[in-house]
Design a protein around this ligand. Structure first.
Ligand SMILES: Nc1ncnc2c1ncn2[C@@H]1O[C@H](COP(=O)(O)OP(=O)(O)OP(=O)(O)O)[C@@H](O)[C@H]1O
Length: 308
């Protein structure tokens, strides 16, 4: 049984088609990263999974239950970090957690949860005085209440500094190790790399790829970025490099000195030879693996894969 099954999900807001016949599954026990640029439809999908909005068409099942007819049962077994942090200004961190613990009817220790998210020192401060990152940590602690089978985190790194983002990823891994399925959205590829078993990339309300990070990397050429610094460059040379058989893209990055960035899946010497045969002097070159940003960009924009 998949933890989440989305089948033909379509959602229109008036003239805006936010989701178009979206189908995917999140396997039980996996960490699934749901990636997409702003406005791709991530929150709309999460809201449909949680029955906060009703789809125009299609169906969602969570933990084997229909998302609409069993939303209460689903929420009882799910921990949610919603988009946009909303804490109650006049309640302390501890009171927030106690509220979540009482609502779920469980016996968790608020202090242990606050300590996990690094908020123990601020347990008795009112949330109105919390920074954005502290509020986000508090919401994460609330999502963890009751050891849920499924965690749904909408942009959990929002407002967190790099340390906070790292701690959030560590908590995701810990939760997964204890057996929870984790579904989290992000518009930053790097954030999903370390923790996700699989990644789904959403663009304009459609899933354009679902694969492991490695699989995605391979699918966009699997290649390397070659940076070649030359004494000068012209359009003909760039075109000539682009037309080489193993080259998927080539672009000039920086003018002084001109550097050509080439996505190449195979022999790099062909690129260097082509430049030299045209009378250009190759002053330096280096290679790097295609970055995850390159991968994300190639799926979510019309630009060619542009190497670092
Ligand atoms: N309540 C609404 N009324 C009208 N249009 C909406 C509403 N909610 C979302 N949309 C539109 O639906 C599309 C998808 O929005 P959604 O918030 O799901 O994207 P997202 O991927 O979560 O973006 P972000 O990363 O910015 O949070 C966008 O075009 C958005 O403008």
């Amino acid at each position: 049984m998949p933890a989440i099954r989305v089948d033909g999900l379509t959602k229109s807001y008036g003239q805006t088609l936010a989701l178009s016949d979206l189908s995917f599954e999140v396997h039980e026990g996996e960490v699934f990263g749901f990636l997409g640029p702003n406005g791709a439809g991530k929150s709309t999908t999460i809201n449909a999974i949680l029955d906060f909005i009703r789809p125009t068409a299609g169906r969602v099942e969570v933990l084997g239950m229909d998302a609409q007819s069993h939303s209460r049962d689903i929420r009882a077994r799910t921990g949610v970090l919603p988009e946009g942090v909303e804490t109650y200004d006049r309640l302390t961190g501890r009171e927030h957690l106690q509220f979540a613990i009482d609502s779920k009817g469980v016996g968790d220790d608020p202090e242990a949860l606050l300590e996990r998210v690094g908020l123990l020192d601020a347990a008795d401060k009112k949330a109105g005085g919390y920074s954005k990152g502290m509020s986000q940590r508090l919401m994460l602690a609330m999502a963890l209440v009751g050891q849920p089978e499924l965690l749904i985190l909408d942009e959990p790194s929002t407002g967190l500094d790099p340390n906070g983002a790292r701690e959030m990823r560590r908590i995701v891994s810990q939760e997964n190790e204890r057996g929870a399925t984790v579904f989290f959205s992000s518009h930053i590829m790097e954030q999903v790399e370390a923790v996700c078993d699989r990644v789904g990339i959403l663009r304009d309300g459609e899933m354009v790829a679902v694969d492991s990070v490695e699989g995605l990397r391979d699918s966009v050429g699997g290649g390397e970025s070659l940076r070649v610094t030359v004494d000068r460059i012209d359009d003909d040379a760039v075109q000539a490099v682009r037309s080489l058989s193993d080259v998927s893209s080539a672009a000039v990055d920086g003018k002084e000195p001109p550097t050509l960035v080439v996505q190449v899946d195979g022999s790099k010497t062909a690129v260097l030879s082509e430049l030299e045969e045209r009378g250009l002097e190759v002053r330096d070159f280096s290679t790097t693996e295609a970055s995850l940003d390159d991968v994300f960009q190639s799926y979510t924009t019309d630009r060619e894969v542009k190497a670092r």
